[in-house]
Design a protein around this ligand. Structure first.
Ligand SMILES: Nc1ncnc2c1ncn2[C@@H]1O[C@H](COP(=O)(O)OP(=O)(O)OP(=O)(O)O)[C@@H](O)[C@H]1O
Length: 283
């Protein structure tokens, strides 16, 4: 397996506050990775470390086989779109494309212009006058026209309405199939993650709680209802992720870590699985 991103005990501490703690990660090439977790979980910190904007306090990270951000050639292989899709408000769409071409050795101008036309952007319009959806589409086009091997997005669709979000993700998926690029995107919108991502990284309180192929992770998690008195008699291959108690019954989300038999186990979807980790176990 070729890892696009490999982290070992990766840690970032801001003063005394942990941003990311002891993260071990292997992201295989060609995946669309959803990075999820509650506010303050460490998602932006991980993305900043991945593109070399933040230096680790301890541990190691390799992106495309190198320490991130150390060489211009490595930077050219990574496209990063920060949380608020920053553009130059005074520059037109055409000027953004010219700037992209000037700054990026691998710039694919044909791709950029074709995409701008498909999205229906006016080349003469200033970025400051574009709608949020159009700005996100322009930022995506610029990031992709670099022809990177890894594309990183920090909450790309958070501010967009459902239609603009759908169009953005649709475009992203077209790029993924056209250019065979690996994508890492952070999002609070679990439905979007379920729709476009085939790999999931879940952070909580600065730690990696889950990382793996979405299908494998969903296959390992179940909802089980047990009598409250049976809570301590669960089979050994079942780890309780979340528990809710009502009357004499407990509804559990469990992860099957071995060949445990779980009577009346129900399958759950990605959203329920992620929420179970976010809310945790209250006994
Ligand atoms: N520059 C900074 N200085 C001090 N603490 C920081 C800094 N950046 C992040 N943190 C802290 O690190 C932790 C992780 O923050 P981070 O922004 O990575 O989380 P996040 O998952 O991206 O959150 P959100 O979903 O709200 O964007 C938080 O406790 C945050 O307060």
């Amino acid at each position: 397996m070729t890892s696009v991103l490999r982290a070992r005990r990766l840690t970032k501490i801001y003063g005394r506050r942990p941003g990311l703690t002891d993260a071990d990660l292997d992201i295989p090439a060609g995946r669309v990775v959803g990075l999820v977790g509650p506010n303050g979980a460490g998602k932006s910190t991980l993305l900043g470390l991945s593109c070399g904007l933040i230096e680790p306090s301890a541990g190691s990270i390799e992106v495309l086989g190198e320490r991130p951000g150390t060489r211009a050639a490595q930077l050219a292989r990574v496209g990063f779109v920060a949380q608020d899709t920053p553009l130059y408000p005074g520059l037109t769409v055409a000027e953004h494309l010219r700037l992209g071409a000037r700054l990026n050795p691998g710039w694919d101008d044909k791709l950029a212009r074709r995409r701008v036309q498909q999205i229906g952007l006016d080349l003469a319009q200033r970025a400051g006058r574009l709608s949020g959806g159009q700005r996100a589409q322009l930022a995506l086009t610029i990031a992709v026209a670099k022809r990177p091997e890894l594309l990183i997005f920090d909450e790309p669709v958070a501010a967009l309405d459902p239609l603009a979000r759908w169009q953005f993700l649709q475009n992203l998926m077209e790029f993924v199939s056209e250019l065979a690029v690996t994508v890492v995107l952070s999002s609070h919108l679990l439905g979007d993650v379920e729709r476009v991502c085939d790999h999931l990284v879940l952070l909580s309180a600065s730690r990696v709680r889950l990382s793996g192929a979405v299908d494998d992770l969903v296959d390992e998690h179940f909802r089980v209802v047990v009598g409250r008195e049976d809570l301590d008699r669960l089979p050994s291959g079942a780890e309780v992720v979340h528990a809710e108690h009502k009357g004499g019954q407990s509804t559990l989300v469990v992860r099957r870590t071995g060949p445990a038999f779980l009577p009346h186990a129900e399958r759950i979807n990605l959203e329920d699985m992620v929420l179970a980790y976010m809310t945790g176990v209250q006994r």
